[in-house]
Design a protein around this ligand. Structure first.
Ligand code: AP5
Length: 215
């Protein structure tokens, strides 16, 4: 199964894509994670991406296309993939279509993770990543035991550089102007499925699986 996850920053794309990967072997491809790794490694690509990411703007289409092309063609995507955070504008959607055509593949579904805008700011300002396990948690929504588990294992709860209010506001604006139009793009192709993502993680996951006809 080959899936695109659409949705605003904080809508839970990464959280749910990781579960699909763990349960169904679909390769999660997060352009955000790949770009953050490049920044952390200090690679040339990372240096090119950093300023845009810090400002909450999109990194160039050509840079992210390179990252995507390599992953969707890799053997680890043989069971299928979940693209988390790609495409993010019309050009990227067309680029993706062209890459998949070259590989003789098609998309099965574009899932829109639907969440009220007011919820997003709290999810994003509350997000933390455990330095020890890499698990993505939330100081407002994760069970206290999970937050404690990280700390008692000697981990720290790290906050992403772009999860500050000013940058979040710009990321949400960029989503509205550049990415939200892809909802109509995929709807017009008969690929769009909306999932109400404004509920607890497990409930949303059950809905997502139902929408994808997975058990
Ligand atoms: P990226 O990393 O893709 O960030 P994003 O789109 O802003 O999405 P997020 O990761 O913030 O949110 P998410 O929907 O994955 O939510 P999550 O599951 O973590 O991109 C970062 C930057 O990289 C961009 O700004 C851009 O500069 C660049 N970039 C990336 N892709 C690009 C591209 N294609 N083109 C150009 N530039 C690109 O959840 C958020 C929080 O909420 C977590 O704490 C989680 O625990 C919590 N949570 C999740 N679900 C629930 C729930 N149901 N209930 C309660 N809490 C929940």
């Amino acid at each position: 199964m080959r899936i695109v996850m659409l949705g605003a920053p904080g809508s839970g794309k990464g959280t749910q894509a990781k579960r699909l990967e763990a349960d169904y072997g679909l390769l999660q491809v997060s352009t955000g994670d790949l770009l953050r790794s490049a920044v952390a490694a200090g690679s040339e690509l990372g240096l090119r991406a950093k300023a845009a990411m810090d400002a909450g703007e999109l990194v160039s289409d050509e840079v992210v296309l390179g990252l995507i092309r390599e992953r969707v063609a890799s053997p680890s995507a043989a069971q299928g993939f979940v693209l988390d955070g790609y495409p993010r504008n019309r050009i990227q959607a067309e680029d993706l279509e062209a890459v998949l055509n070259e590989l003789g593949l098609g998309l099965d579904r574009a899932v829109l993770m639907d969440v009220d805008f007011d919820v997003l700011m709290k999810r994003l300002t509350g997000r933390r990543t455990c330095s020890r396990t890499g698990k993505v948690l939330n100081i407002y929504f994760s069970p206290q035991e999970e937050l404690e588990e990280c700390k008692s294992a000697g981990g720290e709860l790290l906050q992403r550089d772009d999860d500050n209010e000013e940058t979040i506001r710009n990321r949400l604006k960029v989503y509205d102007s550049q990415t939200a139009p892809l909802i109509d793009y995929y709807d017009g192709r008969g690929l769009l499925t909306r999932v109400d993502a404004d509920d607890a993680v497990d409930t949303v996951y059950a809905r997502l699986k139902g929408a994808l006809a997975l058990d």
